[in-house]
Design a protein around this ligand. Sequence first.
Ligand SMILES: [Zn+2]
Ligand SMILES: [Zn+2]
Length: 357
Amino acid sequence: MRRLPIFLLVDVSESMVGEPLYKLEEGIGAVVSTLRKDPYALETAYLSVIVFAGRPRTIIPLTELFAFHPPELPVGGGTALGAALDHLMSEIDRTVVTTTPDRKGDWKPIVFLLTDGAPTDDVSGAADRWNRSYRTRVNLVAVSIGGGADHALLKRLTDEVMVFNDAAPDAFARFIRWISMSIVSQSRSVSAGHGDRVSLAKPEADLIVPVSPGGGAGPFDGVDDRFAVFVGRCARNRLPYVVKFERHLGRFETQDPKLASLLETRSYLLNTAVPVKNSYFDLSEEGRSGHAVSSDQLVGQPPCPHCGARFGMAVCGCGGIHCVSGEGAQTCPWCGKTGQYAAAEAGSGFDIGRGRG
Ligand SMILES: [Zn+2]
Ligand SMILES: [Zn+2]
């Protein structure tokens, strides 16, 4: 039996925390149950899930549909796309059966790359390796979630670059349906002997937009820096959590993008604070990002998502973010030092180290 290998290469960086990741988790389950109902897909499609943030990890190796259990998606810091591509290529080498003169190998694999941010590592080496040895024998579909990815870079890897408009009504459910239908369509196409070109389902116009050729500027381009994310540790159980603020564009609405960027006020509104596991550190790049946001720009104070302490954004002298329940002495779960904590006074903004997103 010739298999149709499908790799989901999913960005699980901090900016995806909260609703996007929950929806994707649900979505992978939905993809699998749709595919199980299709006789062609059931017979040929094998699915693998690889996640990446600062580091990549295979969480589900290539698995036949009936044995596939949808995974919980972890979270990490960073968007190391170069490292993720290298990992993907090794996985392809390791698991995809190539055709030789005396053996029919697997069908041409499809990779759905889902990412929402610009890479934080150097992608050029991996991109060259991809173009040299993989591009013609793997169908790569690169999806920029919310238009926040580096489209010019994705264009260097594949002709199939699309923008998923995650603000469209019912966006994630419809997006997942599109992925399922595309896999069904490709499994029919390989069963009919046309496996070479990827045969994607027709995208809905408000949901999935091809990036314009040449220019690389998609309709949602330039939405960089959409989030400010922070990693805290609970002072009680020492487990990490991610606090995500969403950039708020000031009240000046204008059609002129230059004018808009001048008038833009840089503040970030609290979006969510979610507990994460210690696997966060395994998937994150070493060291802090070196970028900071002033506390003045952050609007909203989350409680600790682990222990419920009132303030989830206390900052120790070491730079570590953690929870406190009020003013007074407190031990920092990052450096172990005990210090006195007081509320920051209005206008006395101080810098808080932000994650890589
Ligand atoms: Zn706590
Ligand atoms: Zn500390």
